[in-house]
Write a protein of this length. Structure first.
Length: 378
């Protein structure tokens, strides 16, 4: 690999913690890391990588899903690239008390990662990979803001004494809604200036507070149009007319469901990156899970992890050009006809269907090409 193609800001040493996690998390994060290493070499940055345990593997080795050692590593990092957690053992036995997802929830809480940002943008080359009609999809470009630290995930939960009654408290506090609403409105100001806030205010009191606070915050952004939709209607409109959305602002549970649905707009779960941010550190991860059905087969699509790395470069380090280099490299790889199985339609020839590492290699080649062109332009 060519090294130091673009030399600037050598001082900029950044500490990146890699959390591969479980299943295909390990497979795809390896490719995301290679991309960050390549960007560091080509653009002359110094990235220091450390690795931590989380999820099922952490439980097996330490008895907890997020060991203190990992947490203290994370707190000393400038950014985190995460894979996924999960194992069939826990999916098949919901009564197990120590669970991989506890690592994820604890990490979000401890690092104050309250806003999950998920761009849903369709690469033109994948217009036919989705089960939704191309004429409905074309031009879709949605930015989700999903709240991460409140809602039923963190409210009081349990069983009543009889064992036959269970509850999960849906709870939101004003400040939790305010801080993510500001982020969503600010993002909308740089886009089409529209925020759709999704709730269930016709039924839920926490949603009524959500709506009230979003309306109040919205007054500070008169240039942004605010609309409200109930979660049921939003779920329908998302696939009926995805182009009608710009920024979508929603709570933890509704956001979890809507963003998986929206992954179909982008063709596959394997294409979608996300950022979880608070007021300091950022965590970047694909929206997919550990995908037991394809773990170990080497066929996982690494592009969501690679695009998460691009997101990391932009949001945490302010390296716009480097981030765009990665996105253009992914675009060029798709334009050249290369696909992993999940995004291949029947027009793709067999030899262009790549495994995880081969896809990573193709993107790395394109990164070198794109970076060389940028150097010539400068
Ligand atoms: P999943 O996202 O892992 O997989 C859903 C489907 O999409 C599967 O058919 C899978 O093969 C496919 N898929 C996902 N990512 C892909 C990729 N990169 N390339 C190609 N195909 C891909 O969701 P699931 O099957 O419901 O859950 C599996 C495990 O992951 C469970 O244990 C669950 O708890 C966990 N999970 C973890 C996270 C996380 O760590 N953030 C998120 C969701 C699910």
């Amino acid at each position: 690999m060519a090294s130091g193609l673009i030399t600037r800001d050598k001082e900029m040493k950044k500490r990146i913690t890699i959390l591969p996690g479980d299943g295909i998390g390990k497979e795809v994060t390896a490719e995301g890391k290679r991309v960050l290493q390549s960007i560091a070499e080509l653009f002359g940055h110094e990235f220091e990588f450390k690795e931590g345990l989380i999820g099922h593997e952490a439980i097996e080795k330490t008895g907890v899903a997020l060991p203190d050692e990992t947490l203290s590593l994370l707190k000393k990092s400038d950014a985190i690239l995460f894979g996924a957690v999960g194992h069939p053992k826990y999916d098949n036995d919901p009564t197990l008390k120590v669970r991989p997802e506890q690592g994820l929830l604890k990490m979000r809480k401890e690092l104050g990662l309250y806003a999950n940002i998920r761009p849903i943008k369709l690469f033109d080359e994948l217009l036919h990979a989705s089960s939704i009609k191309p004429e409905i999809l074309k031009g879709s470009d949605i930015l989700f803001f999903r709240e991460l630290t409140g809602d039923v995930y963190f409210g009081d939960k349990g069983r009543k004494d009889d064992g036959n009654t269970a509850y999960d408290l849906m709870i939101y506090q004003r400040y939790e809604i305010e801080r993510i609403a500001h982020k969503a409105f600010q993002a909308a100001q740089t886009r089409k200036k529209k925020v759709t806030s999704v709730d269930k205010a016709n039924v839920l009191e926490s949603s009524r507070l959500w709506r009230e606070v979003v309306q109040q915050v919205g007054k500070a952004y008169p240039d942004v149009t605010l609309e409200h939709q109930f979660i049921d209607a939003a779920a329908m409109k998302l696939i009926q007319n995805p182009r009608s959305f710009d920024v979508v602002l929603t709570g933890n549970l509704f956001g979890d469901i809507l963003t998986d649905e929206a992954s179909q707009i982008a063709g596959s779960m394997g294409m979608l990156a996300s950022a979880s941010v608070g007021d300091s550190i950022g965590l970047y991860e694909p929206i997919h899970g550990s995908a037991h059905d394809i773990t170990g087969k080497g066929i996982a699509n690494p592009l969501a992890s690679i695009l998460s790395a691009a997101f990391l470069l932009d949001i945490s380090f302010g390296l716009k050009e480097e981030s765009e280099t990665v996105i253009h490299a992914v675009e060029a790889t798709l334009k050249n006809g290369f696909r992993t199985t999940d995004i291949a339609d029947n027009k793709i020839s067999k030899e262009n269907i790549l495994n995880t590492t081969q896809m990573g290699n193709k993107v790395l080649q394109q990164i070198e090409k794109v970076a060389s062109k940028q150097l010539i332009k400068q």
